[in-house]
Design a protein around this ligand. Structure first.
Ligand code: BG6
Length: 488
């Protein structure tokens, strides 16, 4: 479905996110004919360059980050022709003429998307400058990449600054996990089916596991990552959003505020961790040299090129609980890390064991049911069930999976999360974006953990690259008589 004609101004246009994610996503949308004739992408950055230099860079990025069979030379040429470059330092008051005159070429009611793919400390200054130069029209919106701040106070400061210039419905705070098809499918799973919702509570569910594993290290992002760490980089946003979608009550409608109201309630019902509990309920690790996919890799410090030790965690596991009737005493175990054995995002909803069995001991052990939701890769779902092994030799029970592979079911390309989210910004739909109060509530829960780690002042536990993190993360769940789901 085509959107209205738009101008999308990307600040930070020479950065990694723009080249790796935004341009490929925009290319796909232009290629599929979703962006009407006349739509433009205005790349804004400090480097001295003209349109033609930037197009050369953009083309190289597409060659690198778009699958070969999706790169049609004619479509690439047409896409590049929609790209313009404006040299501007968004944080500086002067030097905006080039960008402003490009914007002035469009009719005043043209949709304007200002995408801030920059460091969060520039969000406030860029917004102030946009306002000071009269660049914000009623049809304008601003897109903020995560992380929104470094802690609660800085998140509030950014939200205040941006909010003094844009109204909340014009502010699109991206959490790209919400743009993933399989993450949106969690809503379908829960609210478009009869069978699960009735079982979705503490009476039937024993616990939930959320694993987001990555095989990559910090790549070239050490500067950002070392100030962040896994808790800020992945848990404060992506993983808590997943938890919200799993745990929330049914929204009144599929409207942006209904949905976000329910997510907010989940965030507010997270049990705060007292400083003395943090040691018990969280584990942080940092990878050391090891092997991933059979290839030897360096440790975190070598990847950073750091001479001093770093206290930043590249792995975190934690046990979260919710203060709610639905989820009373149902732990949510979360773990994520760099340099793990597999790139995988998976949710395990573990049902309770049967309280009683009619089967004799030699029929085999009854395993409780589990619903395994694979977000990426090989997107799909599996319901683990006990079945009778076929054969005449007596009754033997075995766990088997009721499996659905989304790829096989739909046989279609899964668009990248940014494709959907970018088009939603043009449409003005904030459903899949975070509201201010959500971001701040998430920081409010995360901050005491960061503070307790800081106060303790020790370094994260080492784990070999290619392992599932420090052994303490296994102990975290085994202490409760449970285990991490292994069959990833
Ligand atoms: C980003 C983090 O938000 O998400 C990265 O900053 C991480 O560190 C990435 O690698 C993971 O996203 P995906 O879509 O590859 O699971």
């Amino acid at each position: 479905i085509p959107v209205d004609t738009f101008d999308c101004v990307v600040f930070g246009a020479t950065g990694d996110l723009t080249l790796r994610k935004l341009l490929p996503a925009l290319y796909h949308r232009f290629r599929d004919g979703q962006a009407p004739e006349g739509s433009r992408i205005i790349a804004a950055a400090r480097s001295e360059m003209d349109d033609s230099n930037y197009r050369t860079r953009a083309e190289a990025a597409l060659q690198r980050h778009v699958a070969k069979d999706e790169l049609d030379p004619e479509q690439v040429r047409r896409f590049l022709a929609c790209l313009h470059y404006a040299q501007v330092d968004g944080a500086a008051e002067k030097g905006w003429e080039g960008l402003l005159s490009l914007l002035a070429e469009s009719p005043p009611d043209r949709i304007r998307v200002f995408y801030l793919a920059t460091s969060p400390d520039l969000y406030g200054p860029i917004c102030r400058n946009l306002a000071a130069h009269g660049a914000i029209t009623p049809q304008s919106r601003v897109v903020l990449e995560k992380p929104i701040g470094h802690d609660l106070a800085s998140a509030r400061a950014i939200n205040d600054e941006v909010g003094s210039v844009f109204a909340e419905p014009q502010i699109f705070r991206i959490d790209h996990y919400l743009g993933k098809e399989t993450v949106q499918n969690l809503l379908a799973l829960r609210f478009a089916n009869t069978i699960f919702e009735r079982l979705w509570n503490a009476d039937v569910i024993d616990h939930v596991q959320i694993t987001v594993g990555e095989t990559v290290g910090v790549e070239g992002r050490g500067g950002y990552y070392d100030r962040s760490g896994a808790l800020r980089d992945m848990v404060q946003n992506h993983m808590l959003q997943l938890l919200c979608l799993l745990a929330m009550e049914s929204p009144v409608t599929f409207g942006a505020d209904s949905l976000r109201d329910e997510k907010l309630k989940v965030l507010r019902s997270l049990k705060p961790m007292a400083p003395h509990e943090v040691e018990q309920l969280t584990v942080r690790g940092q990878y050391i040299r090891g092997a991933v996919d059979g290839r030897p890799v360096e440790g975190y410090l070598a990847d950073l090129g750091a001479e001093e030790p770093s206290r930043t965690e590249t792995f975190v596991a934690l046990k979260a609980e919710l203060n709610s009737r639905r989820w009373a005493n149902v732990p949510f175990y979360l773990r994520t890390g760099k340099r793990l054995p597999q790139k995988v995002s998976e949710i395990v909803v573990q049902f309770r064991a049967l309280p009683f069995t009619i089967f004799p001991a030699d029929a085999g052990t009854l395993q409780p049911n589990a619903l395994i939701i694979r977000l990426q890769p090989e997107e799909g779902m599996r319901l683990e069930m006990m079945t009778k092994e076929p054969g005449p030799g007596g009754l033997h029970l075995r766990q088997t999976g009721l499996d659905i592979s989304f790829e096989k079911a739909f046989g279609t390309r899964y668009p990248d999360a940014y494709e959907r989210l970018l088009m939603d910004t043009v449409r003005g739909s904030t459903v899949l974006f975070m509201r201010r109060d959500e971001v701040e509530a998430a920081w409010g829960w995360i901050e005491p953990i960061l503070d307790a780690w800081e106060a303790k002042g020790d370094t994260p536990r080492p784990y070999s690259a290619g392992s599932w993190g420090p052994t303490a993360s296994i102990a975290l769940i085994e202490r409760d008589g449970r285990t991490w789901h292994e069959d990833l």
